[in-house]
Write a protein of this length. Structure first.
Length: 244
């Protein structure tokens, strides 16, 4: 589904991503992990069209998408969430998701009434229907993360990019969020590329893990292979005592 080859991105004299390559197969959850500054979010921004790669290839469903603007990439079926939620704070939850429905590209001639009705479905799915008339600024962090998920799902993505979906959540909220993500994958048939620092969550959720360090791919494999790789233990996990 997603094929990344020889990806490079610099900001001034800083090489953020250097010769990164990996693939994501349809139906997978692939984790993207690494220390702070490893280049994870830069890769996500390149795939989603926020940044343009200096060189390299990003192919989605067989089509080269590197260099396309983010709205065109969204219309092709890639959507993302953010580590720090980015809602329309002065809009209600329902209005926020309605915007995503109208801009997803799958039904360009949809009326506002129909878009609002469809948005209600996604709010119900993530458990926020009762908060549909609440302004985004009045939602708590867990609710904001669920609103981010609803907005992404409302674009009808084939590939969902999750950027630290568990950040700031307590263990109970993280467990609920993980269950919601699994439910979304099953119900909507989406593929997921997921940046996450909560190791227990990503090791349980992902079929494969890609580890970045200093902007380069360090290792790739199953969660079991990655968590027991000496290079990963040294570079990221800090020692075997953290592995359970």
């Amino acid at each position: 589904m997603l094929e990344i080859q020889g990806l490079h991105k610099s900001f001034g004299g800083l090489q953020a991503v250097s010769d990164v390559g990996f693939s994501v197969q349809e139906g997978e959850i692939v984790g993207l992990i690494g220390p702070n500054g490893a280049g994870k979010t830069t890769v996500m921004n390149l795939v989603s069209g926020t940044f343009k790669a200096d060189r390299g290839s990003i192919r989605f469903m067989g089509e080269e998408i590197s260099g396309l603007p983010s709205n065109k990439i969204c219309h092709r079926g890639i959507c993302r969430t953010y580590q720090i939620p980015r809602p329309f704070y002065a809009m209600t939850a329902l209005a926020s998701v309605t915007v995503s429905v109208l801009n997803g590209g799958h039904r360009p001639n949809m009326s506002l009434f129909d878009a609002s009705f469809e948005a209600s479905y996604y709010l119900e799915f993530v458990g926020l229907f009762a908060k549909r008339d609440t302004l985004a600024r009045d939602l708590n962090l867990y609710e904001l993360r669920m609103l981010e998920l609803a907005r992404a799902l409302a674009t009808v993505p084939k590939l969902l990019l999750l950027d630290e979906a568990m950040a700031g959540l307590n263990p109970g909220e993280a467990s609920r969020a993980l269950d919601m993500i699994w439910s979304a994958q099953e119900q909507f048939g989406i593929t997921i590329l997921w940046i996450e620092h909560v190791m227990k969550v990503i090791m349980a959720a992902a079929q494969r893990i890609v580890v970045l360090q200093h902007g380069q791919k360090l290792v790739e494999g199953t969660p079991k292979e990655v968590i027991n790789d000496e290079r990963v233990i040294k570079a990221y996990l800090g020692g075997r005592h953290v592995v359970h």
